[in-house]
Each structure stands twice: as structure tokens, then as C-alpha cells.
Design a protein around this ligand. Structure first.
Ligand SMILES: Cc1cc2nc3c(=O)[nH]c(=O)nc-3n(C[C@H](O)[C@H](O)[C@H](O)COP(=O)(O)O)c2cc1C
Length: 306
């Protein structure tokens, strides 16, 4: 039986469902192109913001048995430098490129989206997990349906490039946020960003391990949360979903697609297993499909809802 691993996000075809998640290999074109050449179906940049920003002081990452805690912070080069790299990645990667962006206000999101559009990425992905400085409590955009919708409207007013909105799992009802974002005009969703914040304390020193004290949890430990979020979102919206969170094997990707994802984002898995993970996950999906008599991904996507 011939196995077809291609999938679609909106009108864009991906040769396979694996996607490099945002933030894992930075913004440089050479890293993104290397991941594309190693087999990823699409690649995402680290989130690009309006101004140059240093990240948090090291240590910014703590490796756990079953995941990772990170407080990298939204470090970002000057936006013009980031856009030059994005242009090179779009030209040379041979796969769809997703430009992740962030802002401190909805209108900043719109401005960054407009600038980034000049590089003609296939998608813009709005990272709405960052704090909204106009919210009286500085809550993240992604925790509030109105603020999330405002970000979508601000971006949609400035660009025609299809918009993916990346949701945070750190909310009491992700369905409400997903619905608000779809109603405001988002073309696709990505779920989830890191879980938390969490904290680790070094018992020897009696101090938090991360300089920032807290950080977001990623990796295999969060996969059940990501699968649950994707499952709930799939029941709420019509737009496609990129499932992200803890994917390290073909089986993990299949689970995420059965929950309703059209593609599978991989972040911490790249740090744990190297860039060969994209090819390995694809081979494992193919083996699974052969063994279980599936010939195309549309037979798997959303299967858990039947
Ligand atoms: C070191 C690190 C940096 C990240 N930076 C970003 C970022 O800039 N923008 C973003 O939307 N998500 C960022 N993320 C979140 C990942 O894209 C992903 O949503 C999350 O880690 C869950 O997937 P995983 O378990 O496969 O890592 C980052 C994650 C890690 C571990």
C-alpha cells in the first residue's frame, strides 16, 4: 500500500506533518534551512518582537527526567536583522516557513506582522502567551478571549498572510479562547505553548535553579495536556490545528493527529534527540500506518472523535 504523509494547513501543503516549533533553533536562516533539509515538513522561527531584547540571565534551562523548564525570555535581535534572516529562510528552505511574532500590545502585534510580511513567510504565527501591558494585571493576551481577538484583528488589518494563533494551555477553558480567535478571523491554531510556570529548587543551595526563578514546562511530561487541549479545540473550531507539546516519536504524533491536529510541532524533542527527529518521526508514522492499514493522514486526523 502506498502511504501518503502529506497534510494541509489552510491552502498550504506540507510534505509531511512534522513542524519545527518556535524558539527551539532561533531565527537564523542557516538553522531553519538545516532543519528543513533534515526532513521537517515546515519550520517556525523563534518569536520576533518589535525591538531588540536580551533574554533572561543564565541558567535559563533546567533539564528534567521527562521534560524541560525554560525561562529563555523573548530574546530577539533587531527586527530588521530578523527579517533578513526570515527572507533567506523563505528563499532557501524549500518548505513552508512560519514567522512567529509577539508584541506587548495588540497594535504592536499588527506592526510586527506588517513588517514581517515583507519577507513573505507562508504563515504568521502570533505567540499570544506573552503579557499584555495594557491589561490592568499584565495578564497574557492568551488568557483572555477579548485580548486574544484584539490581537487577531490588529494583525488581520495589516497583512493578508494567513494567521496561525498559538494558544497557551494555562487557562481554565481553552475552548473559549480558540472560539474567540476563530471568530476574529484566525486561519489556523497552534496548541500548546509551555505549561506553567513551574519552579525547581536546588536543595543544596536552597535557591531556585533558574535565574528567573520560574519557567515554562515542555517535553514529554506535557503531552497529555497538549493532546487534551487539541482534542477540545477540535470540537470547538473548524480551522486547522498544529498540535505541539511533548512529541518525540511517531506514536506521539499519531496521538496528536487523532486528537484533531493536522500537523505535529516538535520543540524539546529536537533538543533531546537532535534534528534527525523529523525523519525518524516520519518513518515511525509511516510504519504505524502500514501496520494499521491507513494510507493517508486524513484517515487519522480527528479519529479519536469518531
Ligand atoms: C527553549 C524554548 C524556547 C521557546 N521559545 C518560544 C518562542 O519564542 N515562541 C513560542 O511561541 N514558543 C516558544 N517555545 C514553546 C515551544 O514552541 C512549544 O510550544 C513548547 O515547548 C511545547 O512543545 P515541546 O514539548 O515539543 O517543546 C519555546 C520552548 C522552549 C523549550
Amino acid at each position: 500500500m502506498k502511504i501518503n504523509l502529506s497534510t494541509k494547513i489552510c491552502k498550504t501543503k506540507l510534505r509531511n506533518p512534522t513542524v519545527l516549533a518556535s524558539g527551539i533553533l532561533g531565527i537564523t536562516a542557516s538553522s531553519l534551512v538545516r532543519v528543513a533539509k533534515s526532513g521537517a515538513g515546515a519550520v517556525t522561527t523563534k518569536s520576533i518582537g518589535p525591538v531588540k531584547r536580551e533574554g533572561h540571565k543564565t541558567p535559563v534551562v533546567a533539564v528534567l527526567e521527562n521534560g524541560m523548564l525554560n525561562a529563555v525570555g523573548l530574546s530577539c535581535p533587531n527586527i530588521d536583522e530578523a527579517i533578513d534572516e526570515l527572507k533567506k529562510a523563505v528563499r532557501n528552505s524549500g518548505v513552508p516557513v512560519i514567522a512567529s511574532i509577539y508584541g506587548k500590545t495588540a497594535s504592536e502585534f499588527g506592526d510586527v506582522a506588517e513588517k514581517v510580511s515583507g519577507a513573505k513567510p507562508d504563515f504568521i504565527e502570533a505567540n499570544i502567551s506573552c503579557p499584555n501591558v495594557e491589561d490592568e494585571f499584565g495578564k497574557s493576551f492568551g488568557c483572555d478571549p477579548k485580548s486574544s481577538a484584539m490581537v487577531v484583528e490588529a494583525i488581520k488589518n495589516k497583512t493578508k498572510i494567513p494567521l496561525i494563533v498559538k494558544l497557551t494551555p494555562n487557562v481554565s477553558d481553552i475552548k473559549t479562547i480558540a472560539g474567540a480567535v476563530e471568530d476574529a478571523g484566525a486561519d489556523a491554531l497552534s496548541a500548546i505553548n509551555t505549561v506553567g510556570p513551574g519552579m525547581l529548587i536546588n536543595a543544596e543551595t536552597g535557591r531556585p535553579v533558574l535565574t528567573n526563578k520560574t519557567g515554562g514546562l515542555s517535553g514529554p511530561a506535557i503531552k497529555p495536556i497538549a493532546v487534551r487541549c487539541v482534542y477540545e479545540i477540535y470540537e470547538t473550531v473548524e480551522i486547522p490545528i498544529i498540535g505541539v507539546g511533548g512529541i518525540q516519536t511517531g506514536n506521539d504524533a499519531v496521538e496528536m493527529m487523532m486528537a484533531g491536529a493536522s500537523a505535529a510541532g516538535i520543540g524539546t524533542g529536537v533538543m533531546n534527540k537532535g534534528i534527525g527527529i523529523f525523519m525518524n518521526v516520519c518513518n515511525e508514522i509511516e510504519e504505524f500506518m502500514k501496520k494499521n492499514n491507513y494510507s493517508k493522514l486524513s484517515e487519522i486526523i480527528g479519529k479519536a472523535h469518531e
